[in-house]
Ligand binder design. Structure first.
Ligand code: TAP
Length: 506
């Protein structure tokens, strides 16, 4: 019953579907943005379309010297004006950038489709979502404010005043992954710029393109030179140089927990501040009374969205044992209808993995699941042909000690475990049996059960009858090894502000 390989042919893809704007951009040189100018780097990265394996563009890659130049430019821009720019000036730049992103949303989305493989339905949202973020944070500069608080006793001074100032933290190194390239760049840049910080951004080596288009929009929007610098490059080279640079005040990192831990160790040398958005292995708990017409497609998307290359992916599904067979059958049936293909084909729901190398890692996890006794219910194979496509995969009879259950696969692999009529604490203990705590969801019609479970799940983001709906105003980040700090909302702004307490003898 449980072997059901998905063998849909890939949707045909005609390379001519690429727009003239994107085609022209791919053909031009791709430099580094330092101090408002496009400059050459010492090395080159060839970026490929993961759906075809074909090269897209050659991109200049920076090393320690380019990071040093970018940090100097960011420091000069910070000291000479951006830190004290009026709220109106910062907001105007952020709003103009948002408008330009909406103008160029189609090509920005197209570049992420080509570079990352994401489907068009998602790419359309990421450019608009990035503009939403800049607009949201454009509303903050005028609202950055301190407090007045009772002063301490001052000898011989009956009257005194104490207040706090909120000041920009300084020069920020921002390092981002490849899974949602444009969104990642916007998530990092918008709050830092609103706070009055200046930035050196290092995009992922696999997906450098949309950040470069964004760099040109940042120039057009009127940000002063040096406020945003973009240095593509290799993590061990450009990323490492940024982390160890003595004139960087803070590193804001999104990526793997492994590299996050490495960054903490490196940043400890001069006690740089660090915020981290790391991995996840999120639980999805389906109670017997859940609305399955709603839940089944949503469960599939929670696990397979972006081919599972998504830190919030709901990859650990918990079903009541009485409903296991019914829900599994529905999940398999739904998964078989999912269309896989090139992101530029509007019919594609799922695209490729980021690379064939990553696909091999995912396949190794699938092999380990089988070897450790899980039952492969659906998928499990690479698709033939070019590119890095992999079938959406469902495992049943999973146990918490299996690697497929414990480790973040970052691929389209759902694991299913069961629970019985035990109390909510027992179910929550199963769900919390993870080093991670980024997201999670609870599916039930019973509001009391839902809220009791929310209180018991140790994650930064828990949804009821939906999974991981994020927005510019909703704090986002992880418990446990999923990270330090929260992005989005006011907490996202706080990541880039220092507090100064001032006492005045009157
Ligand atoms: P990583 O391998 O950690 O890479 C992330 C970034 O760090 C890349 O720009 C990478 O450069 C750079 N890097 C690598 N080694 C470095 C070093 N020694 N010093 C400084 N920078 C270094 O992650 P990934 O494979 O790109 O992305 C997948 C991971 O990101 C998953 O674990 C996923 O959960 C996590 N993620 C988390 C979130 C949130 S919000 N929590 C969101 C998305 C993704 P290269 O480009 O050269 O590799």
């Amino acid at each position: 019953m449980l072997s059901s390989p998905l063998t849909q042919p890939l949707a045909p893809f005609d390379g001519k579907a690429i727009s003239a704007a994107a085609r022209g951009f791919l053909a031009q040189p791709h430099h580094l943005l330092i101090d408002g100018k496009w400059v050459e780097g010492p090395d080159r990265i060839v970026t490929c379309d993961p759906a075809t394996g074909l090269p897209l563009a050659e991109v200049h890659a920076g090393g320690a010297a380019q990071i040093d130049a970018a940090v100097s430019a960011a420091r000069a821009a910070f000291e000479s004006g951006w830190k004290s720019a009026s709220p109106a000036q910062r907001s105007a730049c952020l709003n103009r950038l948002a408008q330009l992103m909406r103008r160029d949303a189609a090509v920005l989305g197209e570049l992420d489709i080509l570079d990352n493989g994401m489907p068009a339905w998602l790419a359309g949202y990421t450019a608009e979502g990035g503009a939403d973020l800049f607009e949201y944070y454009a509303g903050w500069p005028i609202r950055i404010e301190g407090v007045t608080t009772p002063p301490p006793p001052l000898p011989g001074a009956p009257e005194a005043l104490t207040y706090t100032l909120r000041e920009p933290l300084g020069v920020i190194g921002q390092i981002i992954p490849w899974n949602v390239p444009l969104s990642m760049a916007c998530m990092k840049l918008a709050p830092a710029l609103a706070a009055g910080c200046t930035v050196v951004l290092k995009p992922a080596e696999e997906t450098p393109l949309s950040a470069l288009w964004l760099g040109e929009l940042i120039r057009e929007a009127g940000f002063p030179p040096g406020v945003v610098n973009i240095v593509n490059g290799i993590g061990d080279v450009a990323g490492a140089a940024l982390v160890s640079h003595p004139d960087v005040d803070k590193i804001a990192f999104t990526g793997s927990t492994q590299v996050g831990k490495h960054i903490i160790r490196e940043a400890a040398a001069d006690l740089k501040k660090v915020s981290l958005e790391l991995g996840g292995k999120s639980p999805v708990i389906v109670f017997p009374d859940a609305d399955l017409d709603l839940a089944v497609p949503a469960l599939a998307m929670a696990a397979f969205f972006l081919q599972g290359q998504n830190c919030m992916a709901g990859t650990r599904v918990f079903l009541h044992e009485d409903r296991h067979d019914d829900i599994l059958a529905r999940l398999i049936a739904y998964t078989r209808t999912m269309t896989i293909g090139h992101g530029l084909d509007p019919a594609s729901q799922l695209g490729p993995l980021i690379s064939r190398e990553h696909r091999k890692r995912v396949a190794d996890y699938v092999a380990s699941g089988i070897a450790q006794g899980a039952t492969l219910a659906c998928g499990g194979k690479a698709l033939e042909g070019p590119g890095a496509f992999f079938q959406p995969t469902i495992f049943t009879h999973c146990h918490p000690d299996m690697r497929i259950v414990r480790e973040e696969i970052f691929g389209p692999v759902m694991t299913i475990q069961t629970f019985d009529d035990g109390d909510l604490d027992a179910i929550a203990a199963q769900a919390n049996q993870s080093d991670y705590g980024l997201s999670g969801s609870v599916w039930t019609r019973d509001l009391a059960t839902a809220h009791k479970m929310v209180a018991r799940i140790r994650s930064g983001h828990v949804s009821i009858n939906c999974h991981s709906a994020v927005g510019p105003n909703i704090p986002f980040g992880g418990y446990k090894q999923s990270g330090w700090g929260r992005e989005f909302g006011k907490e996202g702004l706080d990541l880039y502000l220092e507090t100064k307490a001032v006492t005045v003898r009157l």
